[in-house]
Design a binder for this molecule. Structure first.
Ligand SMILES: [Zn+2]
Ligand SMILES: [Zn+2]
Length: 347
């Protein structure tokens, strides 16, 4: 089959013939119809993800059709339209059984611990526990645009921060996951402040429901500006990028007792930012929590939000491309100039 491969960190992606994958005994083989291009793929390509060893095929935001079913997979049939969270949890450890498979200690990660969906076909093990059937009304491109970014934003706001209507939400970094958070926040009935350094991304955020936007490119004290715009600070704030600047802006813009959720993956020099423990955690009593991925069992809640018309992930997809253009789409993430989500839909 054809796949987009990189042979070393930062080396150009090449579309070429690779070995045909076989169907896992406890899983399915999927014909990939669409795959999102995400900053996590960019991290993998740059060599920053410890799970990834080249040669490697990235891609974890897939949607497609089951073309083969392993003997130990019961829930799926050939012809089913499916997607999956990028974390393939084991399904039988205490965390999985307790409803928290995103912290499963024995997880496989699509496009990281194994080759991903920048390819014609994708083998998916552990299907009964992790695979998600797509409702008929959700198209492949839309579904690919939804995972991981809409799903991650949903978990951050609904399951982690427990955002309530009327609370101020600040979103730092208006890439795919940030824009998804803007949209979900607006759907949940909260005023949203979108923060970025890219005017194009802020314009898109406003179109998707942000009540206010703030460009922090030339600001010396973003925290103060955010507290001014939100009448004392945001109750919930997300770092949707994962660099020290967005983390600091996020925690400094919080109201007293505010909740920060770390969505962006803080790699390299951003892995251990300084933390004003006295001023923010002690005196202002903020909470800092993380989020990563989503449980397959939470997709129905997300589908319900889409079916109600309050959330439309298709609006996040600003570009569809061919597999040959995947390398250029990743390289374009070297800067912070793009806006919206790019999805591969021709393989
Ligand atoms: Zn587990
Ligand atoms: Zn992703």
């Amino acid at each position: 089959m054809r796949a987009a491969v990189f042979d070393a960190a930062n080396a150009p992606l090449q579309v070429r013939e690779v070995a045909e994958p076989s169907c896992p005994h406890d899983g399915v083989l999927v014909e990939v119809e669409a795959c999102g291009v995400c900053r996590s793929d960019w991290h993998a390509w740059k060599g920053a993800d410890p799970d990834v060893t080249p040669p490697h095929v990235p891609g974890h935001e897939f949607a497609g059709v089951v073309i083969e079913v392993g003997p130990d997979c019961q829930r799926f049939r050939i012809g089913d339209s499916v997607t999956a969270p990028f974390i393939l949890a084991c399904g039988h450890c205490p965390e999985c059984l307790g409803g928290d498979p995103t912290v499963c200690g024995d997880q496989q990660v699509i496009g990281f611990t194994a080759w991903g969906a920048f390819a014609e076909r994708l083998p998916l093990p552990r299907a009964d526990f992790n695979l998600v059937a797509l409702p008929e009304e959700i198209g492949f491109v839309e579904a690919a645009g939804m995972g991981c970014r809409v799903t991650t934003a949903f978990r951050a706001l609904v399951d982690r921060a427990e955002l309530k209507p009327g609370e101020w939400l600040a979103v730092h970094g208006c890439g795919g996951v940030g824009l998804a958070a803007v949209m979900i926040g607006a759907a949940l009935g909260t005023p949203v402040l979108a923060v970025d350094v890219n005017e194009k991304a802020l314009t898109l955020a406003a179109e998707l429901g942000a009540s206010k936007t703030l460009n922090v490119a030339d600001l010396s004290d973003a925290g103060e500006a955010i507290r001014d715009l939100t009448g004392g600070g945001a109750q919930v704030s997300l770092d949707a990028l994962g660099i020290t600047e967005t983390f600091h802006n996020s925690i400094r813009g919080l109201a007293r007792l505010g909740r920060h959720v770390q969505i962006g993956m803080p790699l390299g020099r951003h892995a251990e930012p300084s933390l004003p423990l006295l001023e923010l955690v002690y005196a202002r009593q903020i909470a800092i929590m993380g989020t990563r991925g989503i449980a397959a069992g939470r997709f129905p809640a997300l589908f319900a939000m889409i079916a109600s018309g309050r959330l439309d992930p298709a609006r996040l997809v600003t570009k569809t491309i061919a597999l040959e253009d995947a390398g250029a789409a990743l390289a374009a993430m070297d800067g912070y100039t793009g806006s919206g989500i790019t999805v591969i839909d021709r393989f």
